[in-house]
Design a protein around this ligand. Structure first.
Ligand SMILES: Cc1cc2nc3c(=O)[nH]c(=O)nc-3n(C[C@H](O)[C@H](O)[C@H](O)COP(=O)(O)OP(=O)(O)OC[C@H]3O[C@@H](n4cnc5c(N)ncnc54)[C@H](O)[C@@H]3O)c2cc1C
Length: 429
């Protein structure tokens, strides 16, 4: 990645707004298909990656930790797996705790088998009700008085980042991350997206405020650092940025605003805890804080064998703990872990890193979910305007929304359309 700070006053063939997985995917695909076109990625933040973000906290001796995406879902066909292999990153194929061969300690907890059966039955029921009109909220599928409803609700907060009563059944049934298990990138998913962006010119700290598409021969992209003219633009920012009118369009695009508002970002946050001792803590195992509360954490024990516990909070609990801060999140996790491993291990836990995606500027949440009835809005959001203003980002994917490979695919799809719609490149002026 080069930080192109010298672009002011320039015109480019294609401006890409946002350097997340979708923006990077769009840029790389376009570079491959149309090397004659000049491209510039405009990124509001100080780094590439967006919701793909690897950090290396000193408390874990600088080893990589993903605050955002971590799992290569649908790994066999996940484009980031192929990219990782191409650029020399390590794909770790340890079975995910929830897949066959993985270590899910929930089954060994008292009531754990019943809880798993109830979760299985809930999602089988969701599948049976595929196609139901009007599209119900997932909460409509809960059986009154089922003792495991809180456990199912907790799963909903991890999947959607929102309570079940906010989320669409149709969208749940449309989700297909692709075949294959869930694998990981040893060096970090965020580090992979950043490494892949190396050949792409990116202007960091460049906040797009308005996109003026009134004129036929160019689009004017207004930023905090001046205006840039482009023949085509790809907008790959999150739905919360669009819905909050972080970028204004002239003429306005009310259908995009409506689509973005009906596909809001849910919230999931990660808290990485350094463990003083690893005694009694299995490697790459998974545990749920409580089987009986919806406001509970999901805990990945010693990922990659590190002296770390990765806590995952979703929905209302994630909002509450993000607002309350690291000390409150640590205390919550400590209490839940103490009930499994005793106060000795829990007492030794220290915060190595914590995400705060709701408050992260220019992102504002974790991944999109559809409100009941809103799943078709994903295609409305993704539809190009006048074949020169394109939309990408995880929320635009009809079936791989909320993933980093889905985001990439929407960026690549926009690039493919641009490649066939723009005549010979003008280069940078
Ligand atoms: C906690 C968590 C766990 C997750 N786990 C997984 C997982 O295991 N596997 C998986 O596949 N996915 C996972 N995801 C989801 C995945 O990270 C996202 O779906 C994906 O990274 C989104 O990429 P994107 O390019 O669509 O959007 P973003 O990453 O949000 O990129 C958009 C970019 O646009 C920039 N931007 C915004 N506004 C402006 C503006 N006005 N001007 C210029 N730039 C702007 C932003 O700064 C950002 O960099 C997880 C996400 C979170 C938060």
């Amino acid at each position: 990645m080069s930080d192109s700070r010298d672009w002011q006053g320039d015109a480019v063939d294609v401006a890409i707004v946002g350097a997340g997985a979708a923006g990077v995917g769009a840029a790389r695909r376009l570079q491959a298909l149309r090397p004659d076109l000049s491209i510039l990625v405009l990124e509001a933040g100080a780094r590439v990656g967006g919701r793909a973000w690897t950090v290396r906290p000193p408390l874990v001796e600088g080893s990589p930790i993903d605050l955002g995406c971590g799992w290569l879902h649908g790994a066999r066909t996940n484009v980031w797996k192929a990219i990782a292999e191409e650029i020399g990153f390590t794909v770790d194929k340890t079975p995910a705790p929830w897949s066959e061969g993985g270590q899910n300690l929930e089954a060994t907890m008292p009531g754990g088998q019943e809880a798993r059966a109830a979760i299985g039955a809930f999602f089988a029921h969701a599948e049976q009700r595929r196609g139901e009109k009007p599209d119900p909220a997932l909460s409509d599928l809960l059986e009154p008085d089922n003792p495991w409803n809180d456990r199912v609700e907790a799963i909903g907060t991890f999947l959607n980042g929102s309570p079940l009563d906010q989320a669409s059944l149709e969208d749940y049934n449309n989700y297909h991350p692709g075949p294959g298990p869930d694998w990981r990138i040893r060096e970090g998913y965020g580090a992979l997206v950043t490494a892949y962006s190396q050949p792409v010119p990116v202007a960091l700290g460049t906040i797009v405020t308005q996109i003026d598409h009134r004129t036929a021969d160019h689009i004017a992209v207004e930023t905090n650092r001046g205006t840039i003219r482009a023949r085509a633009v790809v907008v790959s920012v999150s739905t919360n940025v669009l819905a909050n009118e972080g970028i204004r369009f002239d003429p306005p695009l009310p259908e995009k605003l409506e689509a973005a508002a009906s596909l809001p970002l849910g919230l999931a946050n990660k808290l990485f805890l350094h463990t003083g001792t690893t005694d009694g803590l299995p490697v790459d195992a998974h545990l749920i804080g409580s089987l009986h509360r919806s406001a509970t954490g999901s805990y990945q024990l010693r990922p990659f064998g590190k002296p770390v516990i990765e806590a995952y909070f979703g929905g209302p609990l994630a909002h509450e703990l993000e607002k309350a801060g690291q000390a409150a999140a640590l205390s919550f996790a400590r209490e839940e872990l103490a009930s499994h491993f005793g106060h000795i291990i829990a007492g030794e836990l220290e915060v190595a890193a914590m995400s705060a995606w709701a408050a992260t500027p220019h992102i504002g949440g974790s991944y999109s979910y559809a409100r009941p009835g809103a799943s078709p809005q994903r295609s409305i959001l993704a539809a190009p305007v006048d074949n020169r203003l394109f939309f990408a980002g995880e929320a635009c994917s009809p079936s791989r929304f909320s993933t980093a490979h889905g985001a990439y695919e929407t960026g690549a799809a926009a690039a493919e359309k641009i490649a066939t719609s723009i005549a010979g490149g003008v280069g940078r002026s």
